[in-house]
Design a protein around this ligand. Structure first.
Ligand SMILES: [Cu+2]
Length: 169
């Protein structure tokens, strides 16, 4: 009397069910990681990031970019980290009695499924505060965007001329 040996049994399984078995294993592995990881970080695309050179003594700078969500679920920007500034917030700009005012967003910035959010001059922007050093034209400023689902995405912002109001091409 011998025990059935799974290794001996293996070749008797036809290739279709073998493929199914492998698929199930991969599916099981993904379910352990959880749904967000299964979707992958590539559903969130960061494009066209830029910032401006800072005048002498300036302690703040604004940064602009486009966040595009190609996935099926909303995502949210949880925080922004960079060694170049003490704090980085997302600000909105509104007209208040003829005066442009900016304020920190009350809630996390949501990037809707299949949609995009643009951070442009005059609107939403990244506010970098407590700059450690001036931004010089031609440099690139590195920062990490941390999303609820996509996780951490490293971004490089080219530094363009002071006073630029249009995204560089
Ligand atoms: Cu601001």
């Amino acid at each position: 009397m011998t025990m059935p040996n799974p290794i001996v049994e293996w070749p008797s399984i036809n290739s279709r069910s073998r493929r199914l078995f492998v698929t199930l294993l991969v599916g099981f592995g993904m379910s352990l990681v959880g749904f967000p990881a299964a979707e992958g970080a590539d559903h969130l695309v960061v494009e066209g990031a830029w910032t401006r050179a800072t005048p002498p003594g300036a302690k703040t700078a604004a940064g602009y970019l486009v966040l595009r969500n190609t996935g099926n679920s909303d995502d949210r920007l949880v925080r922004i980290e960079s060694p170049v500034a003490e704090t980085i917030e997302v600000h909105s700009m509104t007209m208040d009695g003829g005066i442009m005012r900016m304020r920190r967003l009350d809630a996390l910035l949501t990037i809707p499924a299949g949609g995009e959010v643009r951070l442009d001059p005059g609107g939403l922007h990244l506010m970098m505060m407590g700059l450690k050093a001036p931004f010089r034209q031609g440099e690139r400023i590195g920062l990490d965007l941390v999303f609820e689902r996509a996780g951490r995405i490293a971004v490089e912002m080219p530094v363009v001329r002071v006073g630029t109001m249009e995204p560089p091409r």
